[in-house]
Write a protein that binds this ligand. Sequence first.
Ligand code: BG6
Length: 493
Amino acid sequence: PETGCLSIVVLGASGDLAKKKTFPALYHLFLQGFLPSEEVHIFGYARTKISDDELRNRIRGYLITDKSASTEHLDNVTKFLELVKYVSGSYDSEEGFQLLDKEIAKHELSKNSVEGSSRRLFYLALPPSVYPSVCKMIRHNCMNKSDLGGWTRIVVEKPFGKDLESAEQLSSQIGQLFDEPQIYRIDHYLGKELVQNLLVLRFANRFFLPLWNRDNIDNVQIVFREDFGTEGRGGYFDEYGIIRDIIQNHLLQVLCLVAMEKPVSLKPEHIRDEKVKVLQSVLPIKDEEVVLGQYEAYRDDPTVPDHSNTPTFATVVLRIHNERWEGVPFILKAGKALNSRKAEIRVQFKDVPGDIFKCMASDLQNSGKKQGRNEFVIRLQPSEAMYMKLTVKQPGLEMLTVQSELDLSYRQRYQGVTIPEAYERLILDTIRGDQQHFVRRDELKAAWEIFTPLLHRIDDGEKKPLPYKPGSRGPEAADELLAKAGYVQTHGY
Ligand code: BG6
């Protein structure tokens, strides 16, 4: 790995993302030795005029939330904060960025033990409306000093636009200033342990190779549930809605990894080539395969307009038109203010042909119902796990069957292993220059192409959300759509 002077600039240093995700992730990387103090400096940049110490104190508050924090933790936070400096300036002023450049250069000169390197990472923890101007300012004022070598990279977060056209516009504005290998578009779902595991699971296990197709799989569900509402983010959320907030990015990225063909190698470009092909094979969404919902009380949020039509829940069926998946519905479902917090993938297999055990399930006897289906579940969170639902003989004298599970629960199997936070891993990837878990420009375009027509119908008020009770499963129509798509509720689940 490259060594040398590394400057990490967090733009939007006093915002919500920086506070909840970026600084804690940097702190954890520091703790694990990935940000050695002889090489690294962290700069916070924002409009507010505060001192270095004020920023440090704020960050301290994000990192020490527990009153009974150990002295070791307190000491570590202090050591980490010694790496942090603050520069204030606006997002479109040359002076601010010139000052920032000067500070970075000073740091690069002072680290004489790692002479000759200028690695600069700009993390835009900002709303996308300022991306073009910030990128321009960085490009004009803050690039790494080429005589010292190194690199300049920028990290950007969703929402990358609101539809195909605005996303493409944003991409081309940024694309005129930076080359694709310098741009890291974060989708934090790609940093989750079990999402990263999908590639290994699918392509390193003989079990799955012959089964992973339309001959064996009946339907796939990718589900995101949250048991809280917009919680102070109503203003942002109402402009975007659940499809842009969760489905078009996080769930679609997961779908790519579940559905893609085997890449030629693990090179980021090979992986992303396959993901793009999946996205380009998705057929236009049918109106009758969409259910939208909005939880009652959503509009009570003072930041949400009284007549908002924004969905806080959606179930959308996607169909992939290729040899492997023709006829297999991929059901993407996401909702806020539901009955639980969970994200999972459910791969449901077809019924066993010529089933000789019909009605022998211990709890189904004489009911005329079928055996439960095999189902492979990957729970991304909480409590990461993978389990396979299968039918076994119920232990005992009678020849009865029962649904059981082969269960790999991470907490049990990997006791004592800390699963890294998604942001931690992704920031480390940006430092290492690995773009595998980042969204490429053509991927982003293909993702917007899928959802833009539906989003426009919603924005125009042609498609309206159904009300649902907070704390429920969402609108009943969503369960009906699920059943129509072929999902069979597994017995005992
Ligand atoms: C974000 C969304 O991208 O993901 C939020 O903007 C959502 O609305 C969050 O709450 C969920 O992330 P996680 O990692 O908690 O599933």
